[in-house]
Design a protein around this ligand. Structure first.
Ligand SMILES: Cc1cc2nc3c(=O)[nH]c(=O)nc-3n(C[C@H](O)[C@H](O)[C@H](O)COP(=O)(O)OP(=O)(O)OC[C@H]3O[C@@H](n4cnc5c(N)ncnc54)[C@H](O)[C@@H]3O)c2cc1C
Length: 473
């Protein structure tokens, strides 16, 4: 229980709407998207950067630990409090006033509490969008703090690549506001400090505003499901698509048959698009797009995609076993249902890994053999952004298996998968979900000591107060 005096003081700083202490109202802030169920001392809901600064200063001066929370869709146990009941959740859900579009600069100065969907809905009328696409609807602050990647990374890059400026409240006794709000795309007048706050889960401060790069909204889109001749052919297929389609290629997403079957089982409204309902072992969702309206006499984008697929089909040792072009909305609906599908297929033990592009499928093949031998109760339901070397390596254990309730099972499995990823395949154990509590132990094991020392130094001069769930130093 938090001292009543603290609640009264924070209420006088933030107003009645800015402080939540009712257990029922706090529950949604205490429960994460996948794993977490903690207990908060209270929830703070400031509506401006100035209010964030005042609340943070009070918490730091009084030793109250702060957990920043935006959309609460994170998958690594980073956005929710622990079980102590002593931490304050600082939610950005009321920080959503400023929305200043600069049409000429193709940029947006915006409060960090906006949902991605609302940003893109408002930008649609201007023919623009913030080009990060994923199956959840996060808020901007959390996207910045985790450096969200998503399904169109191949064409547009991640949040980092699309961020021009930031405003950050530091967790120090003054709640210092650090203004890094440049709208410039080119600026080499010193250290680019905003990068320290992107992808570092709030450890160095709380992001309250940002300037985002925007892109022209695609006006034509064509999608196809591609069945590679084998796992080894996936990269040849990607190279063949890139050579023929250049900047048109906007997504190249891998889906294992097991993940597709889990999604179809979980969402009965999805249509099984495969002939005779036979889901292949592995399918690629490829998307091409362009930003202008169809012109008279111009080949349609569906026709462009069909032509390219026919060319690849006729290659010697064609990497393609089957392919069909289909409606984009329907094809993406299946792709975006995979995450929830695998979550409901059993006890889920999920990894967000990345590799040099050519090694993703080799890793998956090696793990298929290894897990069958050492962890036979596990089904691999992998999918992900194979076009940029990413794989959501999801392992599902039947709920009635003894392994599902064995507390040591998950640790043994995680240790093995991550050791193989890092030590044998030179990969990353956190591709785009950041560190969070789930990955802290692996950060502690694998990060270089010098880098930890540097992070500790940065922490001490930015946010010496207790903020976030991750320790980098
Ligand atoms: C169905 C589903 C699909 C997903 N697909 C993808 C995907 O394709 N690609 C991908 O990258 N991710 C994906 N995710 C993960 C998740 O959506 C992203 O990590 C997301 O961008 C997190 O944003 P959020 O607003 O929900 O942040 P939260 O979950 O609220 O917070 C995430 C982390 O950031 C910190 N934080 C939050 N706000 C701030 C702030 N203002 N300042 C400083 N720190 C802060 C939190 O303390 C926490 O550590 C998916 C999640 C789901 C549920």
């Amino acid at each position: 229980m938090i001292d009543r005096g603290y609640i009264d003081a924070l209420t006088s700083i933030l107003g009645d709407k800015g402080v939540v202490t009712e257990p029922a109202a706090m529950a949604t802030y205490e429960t994460g998207a996948r794993y977490d169920a903690g207990r908060a001392a209270l929830v703070l809901r400031p509506a401006t950067t100035t209010a964030v600064s005042a609340a943070v200063a009070y918490c730091v001066r009084n030793g109250i630990a702060i957990i920043p929370q935006s959309g609460n869709t994170g998958l690594v146990s980073g956005s929710t409090p622990d079980g102590s009941g002593a931490q304050a959740v600082l939610s950005l859900d009321r920080l959503r006033q400023r929305f200043d579009l600069d049409r000429d600069n193709r940029s947006l100065h915006v409060d960090a509490g906006f949902h991605l969907s609302e940003v893109n809905r408002r930008l649609e009328a201007h023919g623009l969008f913030f080009p990060i696409d994923l199956g959840a609807d996060p808020r901007l602050g959390g996207m910045l703090a985790t450096n969200t990647g998503g399904s169109r990374f191949l064409k547009y890059g991640d949040v980092r690549r699309n961020t021009l400026g930031l405003k950050v409240v530091l967790a120090d006794a003054a709640g210092t506001v650090l203004d890094l709000m440049s709208p410039l795309r080119k600026n080499n007048t010193g250290v680019d400090w905003k990068q320290a706050f992107i992808g570092t889960s709030g450890a160095f401060g709380i992001i309250t505003e940002c300037v985002l790069n925007l892109e022209a909204l695609p006006q034509q889109v064509a999608t196809a499901y591609l069945v590679p001749a084998s796992g080894n052919d996936v990269m040849q297929l990607l190279r063949a698509m890139e050579e023929r389609l250049g900047a048109y290629l906007s997504a190249f997403e891998g889906m294992s048959g097991a993940a597709v079957r889990a999604a179809l089982a979980h969402v009965p409204s999805l249509r099984n698009p495969f002939q005779g309902g036979q889901v292949p072992d592995y399918v690629i969702l490829a998307e091409i797009s362009r930003t202008w309206q169809p012109r008279d006499g111009e080949q349609s984008l569906d026709a462009v995609l069909e032509t390219v697929l026919a060319e690849i089909w006729e290659m010697e040792d064609a990497p393609l076993a089957d392919a069909f072009v289909g409606p984009a909305q329907e094809m993406w609906a299946l792709r975006h249902a995979l995450s929830e599908g695998v979550k409901h297929a059993g006890r889920l033990i999920a990894f967000d890994l990345s590799f040099a592009r050519g090694r993703v499928m080799a890793f998956c093949a090696a793990m298929k053999t290894e897990l069958a031998r050492h962890f036979p109760e596990v089904t691999i339901c992998d999918f992900g952004h194979v076009g940029d070397g990413g794989v959501h390596f999801n392992l599902v254990v039947p709920k009635d298996s003894p392994a599902a309730s064995d507390p040591t099972f998950e640790t043994r499995l995680r240790d093995r998968v991550i050791a193989r990823t890092v030590e044998d395949f030179d990969g990353s154990f956190s591709a785009e979900h950041a560190i969070g509590r789930k990955n802290q132990a692996y950060y502690d094991s694998y990060a270089d000591q010098k880098l930890k020392d540097m992070a500790r130094g940065l922490k001490s001069i930015t946010s010496p107060g207790a903020v976030g769930t991750v320790r980098f130093g």
